[in-house]
Ligand binder design. Structure first.
Ligand SMILES: C[S@@+](CC[C@H](N)C(=O)[O-])C[C@H]1O[C@@H](n2cnc3c(N)ncnc32)[C@H](O)[C@@H]1O
Length: 257
């Protein structure tokens, strides 16, 4: 996938140059009112709009543009509507006032991490795609933009760049390791959320699920939680100890003896 950083008339260039240097990506100069669909040399553009970093798809109007925004209404509705009784809280093993320290080892756009942090957990986010990591870093850096309540939640989240298979942590530093590594198989009838469709297109097919589970088990003190599409097979060969089914997704929980 070919990605470029946009420099356009009405944005300052310093942050664009820093981003392109950090990610090793080319920059392209475009007029301020450009349409991503008119750019043919790149599949994706990274562009700042005010303080927000956007990933724009050039080809596919269906997937549009993507940005990490923790003030998203749907996300906050989920975080606020009795989250303690939702499956994600049960999967983490939350009881009483104790909150596990979580490593979200496949952070993506940070939505699950945000939900876990809104439950009161300290969440370390790990992401191996440099482009996705840049979007997440931008979403997390915009404190002050969201308001105090969300900033408190973001204060429990800290971001790391890298691959779980190469992640060196102090042994058993995390109570829970959370995995959501793969996108569900696309069926013709299945509606894939727009942001996930864009991410899926950018990252391609992910194949290392079983190894991830083995590695996660080495890092977790109490459990590994794996988020799966409702009908997807388990991640590895063994069966989970607990299975929590929701309307479209499922949590497979592997307890660490
Ligand atoms: C399906 S998305 C996760 C979505 C996320 N749960 C959310 O709420 O936005 C999977 C993400 O995990 C990342 N990933 C997959 N394998 C990884 C690994 N071994 N180490 C770190 N990140 C990984 C991918 O780059 C992708 O961004």
């Amino acid at each position: 996938m070919k990605v470029a950083v946009v420099r356009s008339g009405d944005t300052s260039t310093e942050r664009e140059i820093k981003l392109s240097t950090d990610l090793g990506l080319p920059t392209i100069e475009l007029p301020s009112a450009y349409l991503p669909s008119e750019v043919s040399d790149y599949d994706y553009l990274l562009a700042y709009r005010d303080s927000r970093l956007l990933l724009q798809c050039t080809g596919d109007a269906q997937t549009g543009e993507l940005c990490v925004d923790f003030s998203d209404a749907k996300l906050n509705f989920r975080a606020n509507s009795s989250i303690r009784s939702q499956n994600i809280a049960k999967a983490l093993g939350i009881k009483g006032s104790l909150r596990p320290a979580v490593l979200d080892a496949t952070a993506g756009l940070g939505k699950d991490a945000f939900l876990m942090a809104s439950l009161g957990c300290k969440v370390s986010l790990l992401e191996r795609s440099a482009v996705v990591h840049a979007l997440l870093a931008n979403g997390l850096a915009r404190t002050g933009y969201y308001g105090e309540e969300i900033d408190i939640i973001l204060g429990r989240m800290n971001l790391h760049f890298g691959d779980l298979m190469e992640f060196v942590a102090d042994s058993k530093q995390f109570d829970v390791v959370y995995l959501d590594p793969m996108f569900p198989e696309r069926r013709k009838s299945a509606k894939v959320k727009k942001d996930m469709a864009a991410l899926q297109q950018l990252l391609g097919h992910q194949t290392d699920g079983a190894e991830l589970l083995d590695y996660a088990k080495l890092l977790a003190k109490t459990r590994v939680v794996v988020k799966r599409a409702k009908l997807s097979p388990h991640l590895g060969p063994g069966k989970p100890d607990i299975v929590l089914k929701g309307s479209s997704s499922r949590y497979d929980v592997y307890l660490i003896a």
